[in-house]
Design a binder for this molecule. Structure first.
Ligand code: ZN
Length: 158
């Protein structure tokens, strides 16, 4: 009784224009995580646990001189960032602006291609080449001037 619609759907699928994907120069970006600068991950966890979230992973990220804790939220995550050195970019952020949202991270399929594309379009990058980020992923940051005050991180999906 319910078999007929399957066939109809398959036929519709084959009728999509073949060049629909080719017109899009950059792959779709997904929201990977929201980076939040905190003085203490342990202290900050209280409020997220009250919201029903919890950390699944904590790790040191030497390239950023931070400790990062990840809390899954749907398909995305909250990344709590605690500085691990006085000259950490996050320590400077805390001194200047206090605790709060530090960056937004989008996941891309091809990080090298995305960086080349953004550089071509004239956007200012902090990293023109990927660096080692949390989770063993390759990441790069755009300059906050390029993001209208928002620090944007790109992370390569694997
Ligand atoms: Zn991040």
């Amino acid at each position: 009784m319910t078999q007929a619609p399957k066939d109809a759907g398959a036929k519709r699928g084959t009728q999509a224009p073949k060049d629909a994907g080719a017109k899009r120069r950059t792959p779709p970006y997904k929201l990977d995580h929201l980076g939040i600068a905190v003085a203490s991950i342990d202290a900050a966890l209280d409020v997220y646990r009250a919201l029903g979230l919890d950390e699944v992973k904590r790790e040191a990220v030497p390239s950023q001189k931070v400790t990062a804790a990840f809390l899954p939220v749907g398909e995305s995550r909250i990344e709590l960032l605690e500085p691990s050195a006085e000259d950490s970019p996050v320590a400077k952020f805390l001194a200047r602006r206090g605790e709060g949202i530090h960056h937004v991270c989008f996941a891309v399929e091809d990080l090298d291609g995305a960086l080349a594309d953004l550089a071509d379009k004239g956007f200012r990058l902090i990293h023109s080449q990927p660096v080692a980020g949390a989770d063993g992923k390759r990441v790069a940051f755009l300059h906050p001037d390029a993001g209208h005050g928002v620090l944007i991180e790109l992370s390569e999906r694997r």
